[in-house]
Design a binder for this molecule. Structure first.
Ligand code: NAP
Length: 216
């Protein structure tokens, strides 16, 4: 069974934050970078986020540029342990695309009844991300975009499950310890991965894109 190629992607402030602590999402990217992200979305089979990103940002996770619309849009994927997801969130309501929620097996029955999505129970919490990737591969996902947030990105990176990392650095200082960081400790212990290889530096207006490949 082949696992998808995993592209991890996010925008960070100069001091490594993904957002501020306010109720509205802090926009870190500029138009050129948003265009780049949109092109990445158009080139994948699925986009994955953590449940906290769905709760805080209510993202649509669709390809925005009509010129880039493909016959099939990427499917949307969310990870949760708690199952605390609003069926009215745009993750579920926007776009005529399959939505998959991965959760611990003992939460699956309740979520199947509550969410307009394919709910997949995958063993105990926290979910084993290799099992998530295997399941997505079996569903035909060949290229996966992991868009955040910090806990999800951290797990993919420390487990060496990302085949590429796109880090867009915006000229913004957040400096608020309540705000989510790009890399943050989760409840599982994890050993940091090896030194990544810098593959590209690209200037997009006032944003700098750093593209990294794994050390392996
Ligand atoms: N700047 C950017 O490019 C960007 C992109 C995306 C998000 N963000 C920001 O990131 C912030 C959210 O990041 P975050 O680190 O707080 O949360 P997150 O990574 O979005 O989501 C964490 C949640 O995902 C679920 N989860 C993650 N790994 C899991 C696993 N292995 N097994 C089971 N469930 C798992 C859990 O959901 P439950 O809590 O439901 O159990 C966990 O609490 C938001 O402020 C958002 O704006 C920024």
């Amino acid at each position: 069974m082949s696992r998808p190629y995993v592209l991890a992607s996010c925008a960070v402030s100069l001091d490594g934050y993904l957002d501020d602590a306010g109720p509205e999402r802090l926009i870190l990217s500029n138009d050129a970078d948003l265009n780049r992200v949109n092109a990445e979305r158009a080139g994948v089979d699925a986009i994955l986020v953590g449940a906290e990103t769905v709760r805080r940002d209510d993202p649509r996770l669709l390809v925005r540029d009509p010129a880039r619309l493909r016959p099939v849009e990427p499917i949307k994927v969310c990870l949760t342990t708690s199952g605390d997801l609003d069926p009215a969130a745009r993750f579920f309501t926007d776009g005529d695309v399959p939505k998959i929620v991965y959760c611990p097996s003992d939460r699956a029955d309740a979520l199947i009844a509550a969410l307009p999505a394919t709910v997949v129970g995958l063993g105990p919490a926290p979910l084993d991300l290799t099992a998530v990737l295997d399941d997505l591969g079996a569903r035909g996902v060949r290229r996966l975009l992991v868009e955040g947030g910090g806990w999800v990105l951290t797990q993919f990176l420390v487990a060496d499950l990302a085949d590429e990392l796109h880090l867009a650095i915006a000229p913004v200082i957040v400096a608020d310890e309540r705000a989510p960081r790009f890399s943050r400790p989760g409840p599982t212990s994890a050993k940091p991965g090896g030194r990544l290889r810098l593959a590209e530096v690209r200037q997009l207006g006032d944003v700098v894109l750093l593209r990294y490949l794994p050390a392996r």
